[in-house]
Design a protein around this ligand. Structure first.
Ligand code: NAP
Length: 323
């Protein structure tokens, strides 16, 4: 039997055990990345479910209990709640511990968490760019991060060993790791993830506002492109509210550019300018091909997505990113 690599962390604390927290728990255990996992969640119901799922060695009642004695603490809650969690656990973080998160926005997380992390610990924010539209501890699966990017955004002057250790952890979970500045992360993700979600929420909302008769037709003929928007628009409202509130500048910047380009396409349709439409669509088709070439999507019909209801025990045919 091949020898297993040594554990990266002795005691991993997960604060928040939804889609991402529970996927980390499952993947860390499957890959032998940690000796033990202690987990907690906000509600009694979620903590109970995590106990039933047996994905952590210990499920505790409070964030303080989880953080105490852990050599890595990963905060897996909505972006808007990260600061309050850091304030709560700050006093019990042990010397040398790594504190991280998984939030989809990095500048605001750094701003909100950093003041509460003691100087003897290391804050290294992270964002696994992998997800689905499902939430909660049942939604997670061990393969979620395989061949997905995980972006680390350490603050200036961060401890290099701590960054390297967290990088090794995410690599063990199957992710490709990139290190970048939080502001840059937020700008890139504004266009690749945040704006697409806003557009999906908007188009599905517009369709839902149509009068009842038309609405049934929308659902009936949804295969014509609309259906993929509905998948994205089914994403967790709390998480996405926090993303837009906390990445305001970058999203508004990208939204401005988007509106200008949309105005150009609108004009081309109105004036019958087929060349402009054709050139624009041909350019974007090439972008899709290059995404498939780098392995971040599949060319299979319907993007290789499962069609039955989500079964957390069965991994996706090919992991896909929604975030
Ligand atoms: P989720 O499935 O909804 O789970 C969220 C967890 O956070 C739950 O355990 C919840 O506890 C807890 N929580 C919620 N509000 C809280 C609060 N105010 N204080 C303390 N705990 C709270 O969410 P998720 O999809 O795992 O997302 C978690 C984080 O990952 C977010 O920051 C998100 O931006 C980021 N992320 C998400 C995706 C994605 O596709 N979903 C991808 C990458 C990164 P209860 O269940 O007890 O309420």
């Amino acid at each position: 039997m091949p020898e297993r690599s040594p554990v990266i962390f002795e005691r991993l604390a997960l604060i928040g055990v939804g889609l991402i927290g529970s996927s980390i728990a499952r993947a860390a255990r499957a890959q032998g990345a940690v000796r033990s996992i202690v987990a907690t969640a906000r509600s009694q119901a979620t903590r109970e479910r995590v106990r039933e799922l047996k994905i952590a060695d210990q499920v505790v009642e409070t964030n303080l209990e989880a953080a105490k004695g852990a050599d890595c603490i990963i905060v897996c809650v909505p972006v808007g709640a990260c600061g309050a969690v850091a304030a709560e656990i700050g006093s019990v973080i042990k010397p040398g511990a790594i504190v991280s998160d998984v939030g989809s926005v990095k500048g605001a997380v750094l701003r909100d968490m950093a003041p509460h992390i003691p100087a003897h610990a290391h804050l290294v924010p992270a964002h696994p760019v992998a997800g689905t539209e499902y939430s909660g501890p049942d939604a997670g699966f061990a393969e979620l991060f395989e061949n997905r990017w995980c972006i680390l955004t350490p603050p200036v002057g961060a401890n290099e060993k701590a960054v390297a250790k967290l990088k090794a952890f995410w690599q063990r979970l199957g992710a490709n790791v990139e290190v970048m500045d939080a502001t840059h992360h937020d700008l890139v993700l504004a266009i690749t993830s945040h704006l697409p979600h806003l557009i999906a929420y908007n188009i599905v909302g517009t369709a839902a506002d149509l009068e009842a008769g038309t609405r049934s037709e929308v659902i009936k003929f949804s295969a014509g492109g609309f259906r993929d928007f509905t998948r994205i628009a089914a994403s967790d409202p709390t998480m996405w509210r926090d993303v837009f509130l906390n990445n305001k500048e970058a999203v508004l910047e990208m939204l401005g550019r988007f509106n200008e380009d949309l105005a150009a396409l609108t004009r081309a349709i109105r004036t019958g300018d087929g060349d402009t439409l054709f050139d624009s669509f041909a350019r974007t088709r090439a972008i899709r091909r290059s995404i498939i070439e780098v392995g971040q999507e599949t060319a299979e019909p319907d993007f290789g997505r499962r069609h039955s209801a989500h079964d957390p025990e069965t991994p996706l045919p090919r992991p896909y990113a929604s975030d």
